[in-house]
Write a protein that binds this ligand. Sequence first.
Ligand code: NG1
Ligand code: ZN
Length: 531
Amino acid sequence: NLRTVYAFAREMHSKNANIGPIQYGTAGFRTLHDRLEYVMYRMGLLATLRSRSFSGSAIGVMITASHNPESDNGVKLIDPMGEMLEKSWEDIATDLVNVSDDDLEAEVTKIVKCQEIDMNANANVYIGWDTRYHSPVLSRAVMNGVIALKGNMKEYGIVTTPMLHYFVYSHNVKGAYGVPTEAGYINKLVTAFKQLRGDNYENGNYKNHLLFDGANGVGSLKMLAFNRKLEGALQCVVCNSNGKINYECGADFVKTNQKPPTGLPIAPANTRCVSVDGDADRVVYFFIDEDGKFHLLDGDRIATLIASYLMKLVSECGVKLNLGIVQTAYANGASTDYIKNELNVNVACTPTGVKHLHHKAIEYDIGVYFEANGHGTVVFNQQTKDLISKTLNSDDSTDDQKQASNDLILAIDIINETVGDAISDMLLVETILHSKGWDLKDWLATYDDLPNLQQKVKVKDRNVFETTDAKRVCVKPEGMQDQINMLVKKYKRGRAFVRPSGTEDVVRVYAEAADAEDVKCLAAEISMLVY
Ligand code: NG1
Ligand code: ZN
């Protein structure tokens, strides 16, 4: 019977013999959409096996290329607790995708044997995709993989990446985290948001109005659905909803180019604007001031805002909790200084890719993690949640303590703890700005970013670049790091590093320095080195 399945696969989703190996990278497999059908089919097989290895817990398969151009697509697997796929299975995935059609059957048999998978166990695969026009066809290939191994599946259709993480987790904990449907998800977040906001939608400098750049992706569709439930509690004007995905818009465009997206209406100076990426797991804020100057408030800034808010509530609760912030090497040096010296909070640095940040963040009672590009969330351990509930319900607590613990519980409900979630993060930021009575200028005034630049350099083979120490030190090609160090030394507060991208065929160059002109020189010099 299995033989027929593989024969079918060979015809339907065959791998072109000339295609080179690809790797499960920072965010799964990602490449041009027309090279992905066999990858999708095989990920359908793998998700089914993975689910069986957990006796039928749901496993997610998200089809998206996030912030990449429209022509790309990709696939990433979601583990039972809503986390990214475990590292050892990333390697299994890479092997499975790279074998020939003829060896596919043997490779599947090998996985079943090595992982001791009971092929009679249940399998449940949850499938979702972004708005790329090639996503539905690719989803068909995933489904054929699941069907081939006789798994069950649920199609969620067009959803944001974080929604699928939420569905997988909520299902596997039998609804304890929320109802695993779109309505359940929106309801959970909006109910908590409305309760925290109360009846006064505006406060001090905070105005209840913002422009939302949906990157022409799924984020704009879902934001419209949120708007229907928000019923004016947040006046969010959805823009960039039906053009080319990520084209001159979206969080990645805004962050890397440090300029506003196209497609927003002309608005008064200092209007609060927000950009999400193609699968709505990243968010950044920005505004243009009365002098026409663009100001960005990125992931580092969101992390510090959230941490300061949560710390205040924790202290008002009268409980002792260990809060930490996790960043990557792309975090602005000024934000790290601010966290250490002003917020007096622990700060850790991990390699790029949210899975690394997530794993570090769960070591804290409250772990706030964000990449500078706006990808991140907050995680709370069970003891923390229990302690806060205890404060709320204890007769010994004062009214202020009860109020603070109630607010904390609602804030936790707004947060999607499974993974970075642009809409959830935005609702939390809006809540905090509202509670502080802040506009974006007030927020920006907390610290001054060091001027910084990110560049992409196209090279023949990006894999000749190898890094260590949370990607901050380049060990290969030999001698490269010494040359970088020499250049960096020339500039006040200079810092720079290079690393191969895990999602695009480029080497990324990052530079920062005290002076905006210096940073341009430094970035150009380093790019020349790499090229
Ligand atoms: P790569 O392409 O490996 O740099 C990018 C982001 C990551 C992460 C992934 C997944 C930067 C510099 N890199 O990875 O932070 O978000 O995409 O989307 O922003
Ligand atoms: Zn994304």
